[in-house]
Design a protein. Structure first.
Length: 346
């Protein structure tokens, strides 16, 4: 049945602007790594990447949004332990004064001023440029796709060519905090506004195994709030989680999706970078647990495309977070290790 009232161009391709058909991906994609947005919590992805590399995971595609675009670009330049250490070094060197520089007169009132953004983006741009190992997206050693929000028409755009630094800034330009980024004739905001976890892009590329690195939990509740702007942030967080759940529910039966969540429920000050090492270690341990669970499922021999495989995959998606939540509720859970496999060898 046709749609009346609006032209097809408004909703063609679901409001997504991707590479021209037949031009991308340049090579077949078997394994993809998807790095979600999450601000300063993105340090957790560094530990997750370390676990993937140690497990021998070799991606054919990296998809990044917001802080995931920064981490993904650093890793795409050197998809080895060296690349992980490079990303870790970037995080350890970042200070709030670099990416959120305070002026002489600073306060919450600056959010109400008539201005493009509270902070300039030059500090973040300089920090990323110092560690970027390629100039154009198409030159990345591992194919790289970054997600940004196009302001001109509200389209979710998948960037695969052009200036890598410009694309990263476009994907990470948090509305209000940073100004919109101009690339050609378009202006862009943070890709998380449209798609914070680019599972759909990995599936569109034909990936059969997708590792999703989150800076949160799939079933995270809204953060507590006591002020109006915090309530708006909580609502935005719920919207992001809802999109992830819908995408997971629509994963084809012949695709494995391995979701690695950030353990715990703590929500840090967006301008607090003091917990970088703690987050990296949390991400490493969480990834090892989920990867052990996934490997055990593969050894059982469940076949793709069967109902058993679908159930197994969905169980793997939630296994690690369910185990951690049980430990938090039940103080005796640790004594029943045979009931909740941790997967950790340390």
């Amino acid at each position: 049945m046709p749609v009346y009232g609006v032209p097809p161009s408004v909703f063609r391709n679901g409001g997504v602007a991707g590479p021209a058909p037949g031009t991308w991906p340049r090579t077949p994609v078997e394994t993809a790594i998807v790095l979600a947005g999450g601000g300063n919590r993105g340090a957790v992805q560094v530990g997750m990447l370390r676990a993937l590399v140690e497990r021998g995971v070799v991606p054919n595609l990296i998809v990044g949004t917001s802080i995931g675009a920064i981490n993904g670009a650093a890793f795409a330049g050197a998809p080895t332990l060296e690349g992980v250490y490079l990303a870790a070094d970037l995080w350890r060197r970042i200070a709030a004064r670099d990416v959120f520089p305070r002026r002489r007169f600073h306060g919450t009132w600056r959010f109400l001023e008539k201005r493009a953004s509270v902070f300039p983006i030059e500090g973040l741009r300089g920090a990323v440029a110092a560690y970027l190992r390629f100039e154009r997206l198409e030159d990345a050693p591992v194919p790289l796709l970054l997600i940004a929000t196009r302001l001109d028409d509200g389209v979710e755009e998948w960037l695969t060519t052009g200036s890598a630094l410009d694309a990263i800034m476009a994907s990470a330009a948090l509305p209000g905090m940073y100004p919109a980024i101009e690339i050609g004739e378009h202006r862009y905001f943070d890709g998380g506004v449209m798609n914070n976890v680019g599972i759909s892009a990995a599936l569109a590329a034909g990936a059969k195994r997708v590792y999703v690195l989150l800076c949160d939990r799939v079933d995270a509740a809204a953060p507590s709030f006591s002020r109006p702007f915090e309530a708006m942030f909580a609502a935005f967080s719920l919207a992001l989680g809802a999109r992830v759940r819908r995408d997971l529910a629509n994963v084809p039966a012949d695709v494995d999706v391995v979701v690695i969540e950030q353990p715990g429920t703590a929500i840090f000050d967006p301008q607090d970078f003091s917990k970088t090492d703690e987050l990296i270690e949390q991400g490493y341990r969480a990834a090892r647990e989920v990867l052990d669970e996934y490997d055990r499922g593969l050894r059982v021999g469940s076949g793709r495309g069967t109902e058993r495989d679908l159930v197994s995959r969905l169980r793997r998606v939630g296994a690690a977070s369910a185990a951690r939540r049980k430990d938090q509720r039940d103080p005796n859970a640790a004594s029943r290790a045979d009931e909740v496999p941790s997967g950790s060898t340390e």
